[in-house]
Every structure is written in structure tokens, then in C-alpha cells.
Design a protein around this ligand. Structure first.
Ligand SMILES: *Cc1c(COP(=O)(O)O)cnc(C)c1O
Length: 396
């Protein structure tokens, strides 16, 4: 059982705001401010350089990795925290290609997040071995998994529509043809139960500032299945070295997952992430999933009943989507700005998607109902049709 009233009380949300953008930037856990303040004052201020040992800063990437491991169905010692998701996906892909040296195809889909595709393009070009990044429509992925594929590189939950891939089935299909499976969990970790061990995923990575609520700039995490931990890392930084403080001129990879570390960890960000993960210690991911599905269904029903001019962009079947609901409207950007002006915060994704993150840790039925009513009123009165709502900011 999970007490969602208790989890709600552990977030510091502004009064009067319905926050449906925790899929993009999770809100502030109340304890995070204290935790950061303590790290700044007692550890950085009071212990100075000795805090790397005394306050355990150096081991924090592994400790936080083990806490995230529980949320994504991974064993201790298979997850480590650091860097950005773009970099962690790249490390995974490089490792997978090393394990399949006689294959040249990386298979992904057009629903993948562009940064994952960009990083793959950059890596394949730098390798200069004639690899091809093959991008197919999400529904065509399964049929495109053939014996020429070295690695399947997918995001489990589509950032625009919330459509969810079947991780177990696609991983099994990849293994059947001798390919490896890399999963981006950006919209899965902290949003729904993930079973990396059970599905046999080879590599995975995710960010901690979305559903995990680690704060802006919080580090990413990376998972490497135990069988693959011997692979030499692409980014051979000193903190992934077997003995960083030996200052040996030659790189020797560290044991296990530690070799996926690169450089100095972001200590203040990790303090915030630690506070965010404390909340997850009280959460049963199956209960979270059930509540998310219920709230998502409720939003779809309320919006469809009152807003004839929006169309559902997410799967109607709750099992087929992650923890967001998206709708299309030709003036989606302006509509979202009008919603935000009335305290209902979602976001917009080009070309026409209104995106609402469903985060039961701090969102309940009352918030869902208010969001649907506000959207209906904005559409009924064309309140979105104002110049100031059409001016695009840099971050949408
Ligand atoms: C948010 C997101 C990213 C972001 O990567 P960063 O390097 O952390 O900026 C990558 N992939 C997916 C699928 C995302 O949703």
C-alpha cells in the first residue's frame, strides 16, 4: 500500500497550481532544500576537501544507483549515477556495438527522443566503421529486428504520445536474432514498474529530473546487465579507473558498473536526488501504476466529454501507455500558454501536442478534474486566441 496523501505532503508545490509537468521537471521535495543546505554548509563548508571521504561524496553515485536499481527492477551493483542521459545512452550504445563487432545496424524508431538519435549519429560517424542508424516507425520495430541488427536502441515510453513499447517482447525478439537491447527509461523510471532483470535488457539509462524529482540538472543513471560489465567503456574517465588515485598514465577499467563513471560527480545535485529517492522508499510501484492509470483514464474521459476540438494522442488502453496523457490541437501552443496562465501547468511538444504528466505522488482526482474544466473553458471561450499566448519561448 502507498499513502498518496502522505507523499503529496512531501512536495513543496506553489498554492493554486495544478502541476501536470512532472514528466519534464519533477517538483521540489520538501526535504531537498534542507538536504542541499546541509551538504553546502556542513559538508562543503565545514569539511572542505575531506568531505569526499567523510561525507561519502565519492561513493554517492553507486549508493544512489543501488536505490534507483530497486525502482527499475535491477540488482544492486548494476546501476550507477552520473553525467547526462544523452551521454549515458551513448556509453550503452558503444558497449553494445563492441559486443557485436560483426554487425553494422543500430535499430531505433521515429518516436525516440531526438537527442538519442543525434548521439547515435555522432557516435557512428566517429567510429567510422560503416554503421547504419536505421529509424523505423514505432509500430514497425518488431518486424525490423533482423540478424543484421547489432543493437536495438529504444525509449520505452514515447515522450510525445506516451505510447509504451513492450520491453519484454522486443528484448526477447532482439535476443532471438542475436542483437542486444538498450532501453531509455526517461519516461519510465519513477513512473511505472520496470523489470530490467526480468526482461533481460542488456543496457538501460534514464534521467532523474523527470518522474524521479531529482531537480533541474540532476544526474542520469546507467544500467549494465551483469554479463556485459566486462566491456571496456567508451568514455574512459579517471573515476571509472580501477584506481583513480594511483594517477597511473594508462587507463584500466574499474570493476563492474563503476567503469561507467566518468568524472567528478555533481555533489549538490546528488543531495537533492537523495531527498527525492527517500519519498520513493515509501512507494509501491504497482500501486503507483494503478493510480496513474486511473487518473489518466479520468483525464481522458473528462476532456473527451467537454472538449470536442481536441483529439487524444495517447493510447486509450492504459496498459499501452506510460504515465502521461497527450492531446492534439492545432493551436496547442497557445492553448497550453492559456492553461499555464490559469495555473494548470502542462507543456507543449511540436507540432500540436498538449502534454500532461500524471504523477500520483502529488496529483489526485481534484487536480485532474480542474485541469479538464479549465481546458474546456479555455476552448469554449477561445481564451487562447491572444497574441501573448502565441509567442514561443525558448523552452516549450
Ligand atoms: C528527457 C530525455 C532525454 C534528455 O537527455 P539529457 O541528456 O538528460 O538532456 C533523453 N532521452 C529521452 C527519451 C528523454 O525523454
Amino acid at each position: 500500500m502507498t499513502d498518496f496523501t502522505a507523499t503529496r505532503a512531501r512536495f513543496d508545490l506553489p498554492d493554486g497550481i495544478v502541476y501536470l509537468d512532472g514528466n519534464s521537471l519533477g517538483p521540489l521535495p520538501r526535504d531537498a532544500a534542507h538536504r542541499i543546505a546541509r551538504t553546502v554548509t556542513d559538508e562543503w563548508g565545514g569539511q572542505l576537501i575531506t568531505a569526499w571521504n567523510r561525507a561519502g561524496w565519492m561513493d554517492q553515485p553507486a549508493r544512489l544507483g543501488d536505490r534507483i536499481a530497486r525502482l527499475v527492477g535491477a540488482a544492486p551493483g548494476t546501476v550507477v549515477v552520473g553525467d547526462t542521459l544523452s551521454l549515458k545512452v551513448t556509453q550503452c550504445l558503444a558497449a553494445a556495438l563492441q559486443l557485436r563487432p560483426d554487425r553494422r545496424v543500430v535499430l531505433s524508431d521515429s518516436g525516440n527522443f531526438p537527442s538519442d538519435l543525434y548521439m547515435a549519429q555522432g557516435l557512428l560517424a566517429a567510429l567510422g566503421q560503416g554503421h547504419e542508424l536505421r529509424v523505423v516507425a514505432p509500430e514497425d520495430v518488431e518486424a525490423a529486428i533482423g540478424p543484421e541488427v547489432a543493437a536495438l536502441m529504444l525509449t520505452e515510453v514515447d515522450y510525445r504520445t506516451g505510447r509504451k513499447h513492450d520491453m519484454a517482447a522486443l528484448t526477447a525478439k532482439a535476443h532471438d536474432v542475436g542483437a542486444l537491447a538498450i532501453w531509455d527509461l526517461a519516461h519510465s523510471a519513477g513512473a511505472l514498474p520496470v523489470d530490467l532483470t526480468g526482461t533481460g535488457a542488456d543496457f538501460a539509462a534514464g534521467c532523474t529530473y523527470k518522474f524521479l524529482n531529482g531537480g533541474p540538472g540532476a544526474p542520469a543513471f546507467v544500467y549494465v546487465a551483469p554479463d556485459h560489465q566486462h566491456v571496456a567503456p567508451l568514455l574512459s574517465g579517471w573515476l571509472g579507473h580501477e584506481a583513480p588515485f594511483a594517477f597511473d598514465p594508462d587507463y584500466r577499467p574499474g570493476p563492474g558498473i563503476s567503469r561507467m563513471r566518468v568524472g567528478t560527480p555533481p555533489v549538490l545535485q546528488m543531495a537533492a536526488l537523495e531527498a527525492a529517492l527517500d519519498i520513493f522508499d515509501t512507494v509501491d510501484m504497482q500501486a503507483l501504476r494503478a493510480r496513474s492509470q486511473h487518473l489518466g483514464d479520468r483525464l481522458i474521459a473528462a476532456v473527451e466529454a467537454r472538449c470536442p476540438n481536441v483529439t487524444l494522442a495517447s493510447p486509450r488502453d492504459p496498459e499501452a501507455r506510460g504515465s502521461q496523457i497527450s492531446f492534439r490541437h492545432p493551436e496547442g501552443y497557445a492553448v497550453m500558454q492559456a492553461l499555464i496562465a490559469r495555473g494548470v501547468v502542462g507543456d507543449f511538444r511540436a507540432p500540436d501536442i498538449l502534454r500532461f504528466g500524471i504523477t500520483p505522488l502529488y496529483i489526485g482526482e481534484a487536480e485532474i478534474d480542474r485541469a479538464a474544466e479549465t481546458l474546456a473553458d479555455i476552448l469554449d471561450t477561445a481564451a487562447w486566441d491572444r497574441p501573448e499566448y502565441k509567442h514561443r519561448a525558448a523552452v516549450t
